[in-house]
Design a binder for this molecule. Structure first.
Ligand code: NAD
Length: 264
């Protein structure tokens, strides 16, 4: 299949929903071979069925249960692509925002640890084993995209301290890896999405209009983003079109982090 990602072997974590699933659909349309990974097997099965339905000509699509907070899972997942010719692209996208995450006083330590184990250690493990795989397979280029968030760039007045700190860590580790591995041809970029219409946020907002309004008011566009709008950016970062894009905090937020907007 001809496409912007033709011939590339890609892993997407958190592929069963939201940004990960939309990215899998676009990667398939662009000709990538894709391993969709997630902690939820039933959700993965539904996701891969959807990709197959929307992109019947997809080259190679497989699924794998993986808890990104467990290094052995991540290592085995990435090593499994050696038989495909080795990994070229990994989108370290799996992440959680826990309902009990709060401010400095009220965030339970267990929630801090859980959030950081998935959002930070999960990304580190993905980066570590991607570098090892790229080297093992003698690759001269590779693209690693890590999902951060705009809350790593601006202070959010709605407290979710463990989450915010975890995404700040993703930005920092991604920048450093970009510098360390630049001469090997391995690019590292962070994706910074604004609040989106995905289950992660929308389930939490529910039908609480006040909570929703408190966030919508910050968008110059007056709306949340859509997951597919993030996925388009990921396709670019994964492709060779982005060959000189490295170490960036790639912001896809409808202008939210640059805005001074008022309710009236
Ligand atoms: P989502 O909840 O729709 O998808 C996240 C996926 O990650 C789920 O399928 C879930 O099963 C999976 N997952 C959770 N824990 C995992 C683990 N330990 N190992 C493997 N997979 C695991 O969420 P989304 O909105 O698509 O979020 C994707 C990424 O985008 C996350 O890192 C999130 O923090 C980030 N983000 C989301 C928003 C937003 O508003 N939705 C904004 C900024 C950043």
């Amino acid at each position: 299949m001809v496409g912007r990602l033709a011939g590339k072997n890609a892993i997407i974590t958190g592929a069963a929903g939201g940004i990960g699933l939309e990215t899998a659909i676009l990667f398939a349309k662009e000709g990538a071979n894709i391993l969709l990974a997630d902690i939820s097997e039933p959700a993965l099965e539904k996701a891969v069925a959807k990709v197959k339905e929307l992109v019947p000509a997809a080259t190679r699509l497989e699924t794998r249960k993986c808890d990104v907070s467990k290094e052995a899972d991540v290592q085995a997942m990435i090593e499994s692509l050696d038989s495909w010719g080795g990994l070229d692209v990994i989108f370290n996208n799996a992440g959680i925002m826990h309902a009990n995450d709060d401010d400095a006083i009220n965030t339970p330590e267990a929630i801090w640890d859980l959030t950081h184990n998935i959002n930070v250690k999960g990304v580190w493990f993905g980066c570590k084993h991607a570098v090892l795989a790229l080297r093992r397979n003698n690759k001269t280029k590779g693209s690693i995209i890590n999902t951060a968030s705009v809350v790593a760039l601006v202070g959010a007045a709605t407290p979710q301290l463990a989450y915010t700190a975890s995404k700040g860590a993703v930005l920092a580790l991604t920048r450093e890896l970009a510098m360390v591995h630049a001469r090997e041809g391995f690019r590292f970029n962070s994706l910074c999405p604004a609040p989106l219409n995905t289950p992660l946020l929308q389930d939490w907002l529910g039908d609480d209009k006040a909570k929703r309004q408190r966030r919508e008011v910050h968008f110059p566009t007056g709306r949340f983003g859509e997951a597919v709008e993030q996925a388009h950016a990921v396709v670019f970062l994964a492709s060779d079109e982005a060959s000189f894009v490295n170490g960036s905090d790639f912001v896809v937020d409808g202008g939210m982090s640059k805005a001074y907007v008022t309710a009236e």
